[in-house]
Design a binder for this molecule. Structure first.
Ligand SMILES: NC(=O)C1=CN([C@@H]2O[C@H](COP(=O)(O)OP(=O)(O)OC[C@H]3O[C@@H](n4cnc5c(N)ncnc54)[C@H](OP(=O)(O)O)[C@@H]3O)[C@@H](O)[C@H]2O)C=CC1
Ligand SMILES: O=CC(=O)O
Length: 331
């Protein structure tokens, strides 16, 4: 009998592809492939699992996937999945929380340091042979240590950022979420704030919420207006949590000093986007979790999630847990 199919998509490590391929006919498609590709449609028609990152899984795609049992994101964020549509069809939705916390927090701290100390800009300055041996006063950065960092979305990754800020850089940590975080308060001295208060006090504002109907456009004109003069905005959550026009305005008008952005409303960013011409904005290609080690860890976790579902076991990291109820009376 032919092995059942798995459709692998986007960033999935070699080791994970091998693991999946051992038991299932695993066909890999690069990021950007979609229903317009005949081979993609043919594999989807037979696929019992999708394992990958950034594939838009909507009703239309699901209509082409009659055998599907699980969609396993190689990501913790799952705004690319229509979870309601998956649940309605009894398809498990899985993701990879936890394993990437430190990797993403390292990247965010890189963004904090790079923007405060103008590191990418100064790299260009030297390479463009503008350096005459003296660091010009007008290119000086600002300190990070002992400043206030405001974290919007103190979840798994937010806490790893708070730890670096408090224990590594002696920063005061403010945070805003829907619920209080005792661990962050006890271990990192984090102080809960309503959003306007956090924005008004923080030297660095770090956005780390998921993209949901509640968070879409969370940072808009009013929020940027409330930020301190000279403050820096960091976004590593999702582009659509920010009103990009409002951010461009806040940067151009000097309401805030700078920004470091790993995510955009449209990825890749449009070639004529104003961010690309702004010296005070660091633009990154959604690299938060992108290290060799972490890609493999996330891919293996996503592969395990998918294989567990295909074997009738409850996966370790399932988003729509409610669909599992009653499937196995021991769980
Ligand atoms: N740039 C990159 O490469 C990466 C980006 N990400 C993004 O980071 C996000 C967060 O990941 P992770 O930390 O694991 O997720 P968590 O679910 O652990 O944390 C999310 C936090 O956001 C808070 N939150 C949710 N909705 C709101 C709201 N309306 N107002 C205020 N706070 C809110 C939650 O609050 P509460 O706890 O009170 O519910 C929670 O504390 C992912 O969903 C993804 O979009 C993740 C990895 C890499
Ligand atoms: O953006 C990455 C993720 O894991 O979510």
């Amino acid at each position: 009998m032919e092995k059942p199919y798995i459709l692998a998509y986007g960033r999935v490590s070699e080791e994970a592809l091998k693991k999946l391929g051992h038991e299932y006919e695993t066909v890999y498609f690069a990021n950007g492939e979609n229903l317009e590709n005949e081979r993609f449609r043919a594999v989807l028609q037979q696929a019992q699992a999708i394992v990958g990152v950034e594939l838009e899984v909507n009703e239309e795609l699901l209509d082409h996937a009659p055998e599907l049992k699980v969609v396993s994101n190689v990501a913790v964020g799952y705004d690319n999945l229509n979870v309601t549509a998956l649940s309605k069809r009894g398809i498990a939705a899985c993701h990879t929380p936890g394993v990437l916390n430190d990797t993403v927090a390292d990247a965010v701290f890189g963004m904090v340091l790079a923007s405060a100390r103008r590191i990418p800009e100064m790299d260009r300055f030297v390479k463009e042979k503008k350096w005459n041996g003296v660091m010009p006063d007008e290119k000086f950065g600002v300190d990070v240590h002992h400043k206030k960092i405001g974290i919007i979305g103190m979840g798994r990754i937010g806490e790893a950022i708070a730890k670096r800020a408090a224990l590594g850089f002696d920063m005061e940590v403010l945070y805003h979420t829907r619920s209080r975080k005792e661990k962050a308060e006890d271990e990192y001295g984090a102080v809960y704030q309503e959003l306007p208060d956090l924005l008004e006090q923080s030297d660095f504002v770090v956005l780390m919420t998921p993209l949901t109907p509640d968070t879409e456009g969370l940072m808009g004109t009013e929020e940027f207006r409330r930020m301190k003069a000279g403050s820096i905005f960091i976004n590593a959550s999702r582009g659509a949590v920010v009103d990009e026009e409002a951010l461009v305005h806040a940067l151009r008008s000097g309401e805030i000093r700078g920004a470091a952005l790993d995510v955009f409303q449209q990825e890749p960013i449009q070639p004529d986007h104003p961010f690309l011409t702004m010296e005070q904005v660091i633009t990154l290609p959604h690299l938060g979790s992108a290290t060799t080690e972490n890609e493999n860890n996330m891919s293996l976790l996503a592969a395990d999630n998918a294989l567990q579902v295909l074997k009738g076991q409850k996966p370790a990291y399932m988003i729509n847990q409610e669909i599992w109820k009653g499937r196995n009376k021991h769980e």
